[in-house]
Design a protein around this ligand. Structure first.
Ligand SMILES: *Cc1c(COP(=O)(O)O)cnc(C)c1O
Length: 482
């Protein structure tokens, strides 16, 4: 009993020795952070640090000085100040990784975006007349020049483009689509759901593997709003198949007098074979094949910011532009400026690979990536210690975002595997890499972590970033959640 009382007395004494919030704020350690984060934030953090410490002292921990509490408060502020959108190294081998933000923008696009961010611009203002202008004028001519289309508009993304087209041209009407093209792409974008939400009646034709011209022709009647062709972005149907290609479908649609909409998904503005890749239909080809409307993304193969393009017949674009939903789907000046600068790079295809990161990554020579892998594996081996095997390997990159889903590009990277084959050691390594100041994201393949180096350009930054790796690998797993 007496001993308990003494203990309680000790704790009371320890609690009394804790510094006040004021003392913490006046400590030397608090001075510079106070200027950086502001007084109010510093007070909050000091209170929080003291509350945590008070609980620890009650459990028997020793009290801390004002300086030490200030240090803890500053650590809290620094953690809170870290953005969850900080840059990372995408070494997954998927160049256009939707979950990692897709395309890295060209310098020209970044510059154009930052200029309009700072200033007022004639976004919807006609400088010649001084009257209200139109948001689409800034890109329309350029998009038409690059695609051969009559008219164009830009919305939030390609999903929005598809939604707006369906709602404008097939509200309360039939939208005819092949059963082989009723795709689901990532993030719950399912073609049938989008069509329903757009107010169109989905009319499925053909079967999963075979759709014939007469399937479309038989389905078209006076209830038809449009015929939709969808790029099967993330899969291929192979074997006993029949697909009605866009040119064939255009003839049928024209004969029956209904618009043909071709959702290209990624879409590209340039011939990818010039960059050593397989052929992917270009927007110009899709327009020339006779589609009345073509939709495609801004941040897939095009390599720009998020955006959705709708190009095609002027009379149909006029109906689309009149849809009140367009206002809800429009793009702001920042993305318009970045898109314009990105599109302009396509006027000079010879220098595209140099200027547009997406094309630069995709066309990077395997030998160059392999040499980088050899250099980095020598540099990294000593950092990982004796428990891991590190080497350079050949691997396969993919474009991502539904472009050329089955074709991969020969690449090279690092393979890192625990010598004892332990799955938990591999998972801890991957987690430690994700905790680095600039997180490193790879992929696990057959018991090894593969870091595909196709998208790694700044070798020095990568190595410097690894300097805290051994400390991160020493941290216990639950301490890791921050
Ligand atoms: C990717 C894709 C979309 C959606 O495009 P976002 O720009 O991601 O909105 C729509 N249709 C197809 C066929 C696609 O591949």
């Amino acid at each position: 009993m007496e001993q308990r009382n003494t203990e309680r007395g000790d704790i009371q004494a320890a609690l009394r020795r804790l510094p006040s919030v004021d003392l913490v704020l006046q400590s030397a350690q608090a001075c510079e952070p106070m200027a950086r984060f502001g007084r109010a934030a510093m007070i909050d953090a000091a209170r929080q640090a003291l509350a945590t410490l008070r609980e620890a002292v009650k459990a028997g921990a020793p009290p801390l000085s004002a300086n030490a509490v200030a240090e803890r408060a500053v650590a809290l502020l620094e953690t809170a100040a870290r953005s969850t959108l900080s840059p990372l190294f995408n070494l997954t081998g998927t160049v256009l990784h939707t979950n990692l933000g897709r395309a890295a923008l060209a310098e020209a696009a970044i510059e154009a975006a930052s200029i309009v961010m700072r200033e007022a611009v004639a976004l919807e203002f006609d400088l010649a007349t001084g009257k209200r202008g139109e948001r689409d004028v800034h890109l329309r001519d350029l998009v038409c020049e690059l695609t051969g289309a009559e008219d164009a508009t830009i919305v939030n993304n390609n999903a929005a483009a598809v939604l707006l087209v369906l709602n404008s041209l097939a509200l309360g009407k039939d939208a005819i689509v092949s059963r082989g093209e009723l795709i689901e792409i990532g993030g719950a974008f399912r073609m049938p759901d989008i069509m329903t939400r757009a107010g169109a009646r989905l009319v499925e034709v053909g079967t999963t593997n075979r759709t014939h011209p007469r399937d479309y022709a038989d389905a078209i009647n006076d209830q038809t709003g449009l015929v939709l062709k969808v790029h099967t972005s993330n899969y291929r149907i192979e074997g006993f198949t029949r697909e009605v290609d866009a040119a064939e479908l255009a003839v049928i649609a024209k004969e029956k007098g209904v618009p043909l909409v071709n959702d290209l998904g990624s879409g590209t503005l340039t011939d990818l074979t010039a960059f050593g890749l397989s052929h992917e239909p270009t927007v110009r080809e899709a327009v020339a094949e006779g589609a009345d409307i073509v939709t495609f993304s801004g941040d897939k193969l095009l390599g720009g910011p998020q955006g959705g393009f709708i190009v095609g017949r002027r009379d149909l674009l006029a109906r689309i532009n009149k849809n009140p939903m367009k206002r809800a789907l429009r793009v702001d000046k920042i993305r318009l400026a970045a898109l314009e600068a990105t599109l302009k790079l396509y006027r000079d295809p010879e220098r595209l690979a140099e200027r547009l990161p997406t094309m630069r990554f995709l066309s990077r020579k395997t030998d160059e990536i392999r040499a980088l892998a050899e250099r980095l594996s020598a540099a990294i081996r000593p950092m990982l210690g004796p428990d891991f095997d590190v080497g350079a390997v050949h691997c396969q990159s993919q474009i991502g975002s539904g472009a050329l889903p089955l074709s991969t590009i020969a690449s090279a990277g690092l393979t890192i595997a625990p010598k004892d084959g332990s799955g938990s050691a591999l998972a801890s390594l991957a987690a430690a890499l994700r905790r680095l100041p600039m997180p490193v994201i790879g992929r696990v393949e057959r018991g090894a972590l593969i870091l595909d180096l196709r998208c790694l350009e700044d070798e020095e930054r990568f190595i410097a970033n690894l300097s805290s790796l051994s400390a991160e690998m020493g941290r216990p797993a639950d301490d890791a959640d921050r």
